[in-house]
Design a protein around this ligand. Structure first.
Ligand SMILES: *Cc1c(COP(=O)(O)O)cnc(C)c1O
Length: 425
């Protein structure tokens, strides 16, 4: 059994051979590796080769693969039940744990993915305001729900065009799109459309199209204008929640959203998402209110208990300062080795345990239009050199890298040794 054969077989029965597009390596070329096992900072391919993993399932694994304490909870749960479709105490414990520690989360509803969380939060926002329009930003990803799978149109600021076939103009006619990092365009749009907008949705740390940390002034302007015009501010913290700090970007910036979405870390590696926020909005959700939302497998006990264990560890152990340090060691080391090998055209954008390797630019970039157009192919070359030596990055130059607490000093040093070999080879 090897990856090449499995991929060929897979393409016969699965679109593109994968269940989520980036996995196909289409952005970096070559054949995707099929993995059979994972442990700590490591992935093991079906060929039996080990890889140090900096993709980490795209973010959920804050403590690495199969952390023993989380595995124990999962095994204990499986011995008790794996789905009830009824009330149980596990989701209550997770809901209480979060609401007690994040003030703007007064009530929370668990769903099965980040996409589902955002979709449901928008429904709440439209119900709460009686308005239909949604504002999002070019380069922010909010899952694959129809309404937000859009980019800026080339014409008037604010107009949008779909990113996907199968989404007709009538579906996105209420979606407005602006570039990030531009307060004046934001002001202009709110003056024109503010009273028609239900919700401003933003990744407060845009991390799905490279890593584009925003100026605090821009995020504050989002809060100021939404408050002024009675628009709900939705922070999509699916990737940043419990990752950059326990309270996510809202905690770091001190900007309180009206609604917030979580995913990834909240389920400890199991399929869990959540939407949450102020009581007055969340009480609109059925059965306490008129906004319908339901789920057969919602609040699945395995995800609930893996999530609670993960969040409990994050809260009590505060891994964030060490993660940040390790991430800087890693990217400093890689950049050093690159420049020693004669390639000094790289730099790293880091935020906590998130990192993004990119081509050097004159100034920090905050919008997708500033990403150098050589980035994709330069990244692909670096990706394959590292892959050959057993270092696995997310297979796209527009995805960010992640560290976990399993990435110890020894693992970072080993990664740098492998990087050195990769750049010589
Ligand atoms: C991953 C992600 C989503 C989508 O979550 P899924 O669980 O893949 O549906 C939405 N928003 C952000 C910011 C994300 O990073």
């Amino acid at each position: 059994m090897n990856s090449e054969d499995l991929f060929q077989r897979s393409k016969l029965v699965v679109p593109g051979g994968v269940h989520s597009p980036v996995r196909s390596f289409s952005s970096v070329g070559g054949t995707p590796i099929f993995f059979k096992e994972a442990n700590g900072a490591y992935l093991t391919s079906v060929e039996g080769k080990h890889y140090i993993d900096y993709c980490l399932s795209f973010g959920p694994l804050l403590f690495g693969h199969r952390h023993p304490e989380i595995q124990e909870v999962v095994e204990d749960t499986v011995r008790k039940a794996w789905s009830f479709g009824a009330c149980e105490p596990y989701s209550l414990e997770l809901a209480e744990f979060i609401t007690e520690r994040i003030p703007w989360v007064e009530k929370i509803r668990f769903v099965n993915s980040g996409t589902e969380a955002v979709m449901s939060a928008l429904r709440v926002a439209r119900a709460a305001t009686g308005r239909n329009k949604i504002l999002k930003f070019d380069g922010c990803y909010h899952g694959h729900l129809d309404q937000l799978l859009v980019k800026s149109g080339s014409g008037l600021a604010g107009l949008s065009s779909s990113d996907s076939k199968g989404i007709g103009p009538e579906i996105i006619q209420n979606t407005l799109v602006l570039p990030l990092d531009d307060e004046s365009k934001l002001e202009e749009l709110f003056q024109r459309e503010g009273s028609n907008i239900a919700c401003l949705a933003i990744e407060p740390l845009p991390a799905n199209y490279g890593l584009l940390p925003q100026r605090i002034e821009f995020l504050k302007k989002c809060r100021e204008l939404t408050t002024k015009y009675g628009v709900l501010l939705l922070f999509d913290e699916v990737i940043s929640g419990f990752r950059v700090s326990f309270q996510g970007m809202a905690g770091i910036t001190g900007i309180e959203p009206d609604l917030v979405c979580y995913g990834k870390i909240i389920g400890g590696g199991f399929p869990v998402g959540a939407y949450a926020g102020k009581r007055e909005y969340m009480d609109l959700v059925a059965p306490s209110g008129p906004v319908y939302q339901a789920g057969t497998l919602s609040a699945n006990p395995i995800g609930m208990r893996a999530g609670l264990k993960t969040l409990t560890k994050a809260w009590t152990e505060n891994p964030y300062p060490n993660l940040e340090k390790a991430t800087k060691q890693l990217t400093d080391g890689i950049l050093n080795l690159l420049s020693q090998s004669g390639d000094s055209n790289w730099e790293a954008v880091n935020f906590g345990s998130l990192f993004w390797l990119k081509g050097k630019t004159e100034k920090a970039i905050r919008t997708i239009s500033e990403i150098p157009n050589t980035h994709k192919s330069n990244f692909a070359t670096l990706f394959h050199k590292l892959l050959k030596q057993g270092v696995y990055l997310a297979p796209s130059g527009y995805e960010v890298g992640f560290l976990s607490s399993a990435h110890t000093k020894e693992i970072i040093d080993l990664t740098l040794e492998k990087t050195k070999q990769a750049l010589q080879g």
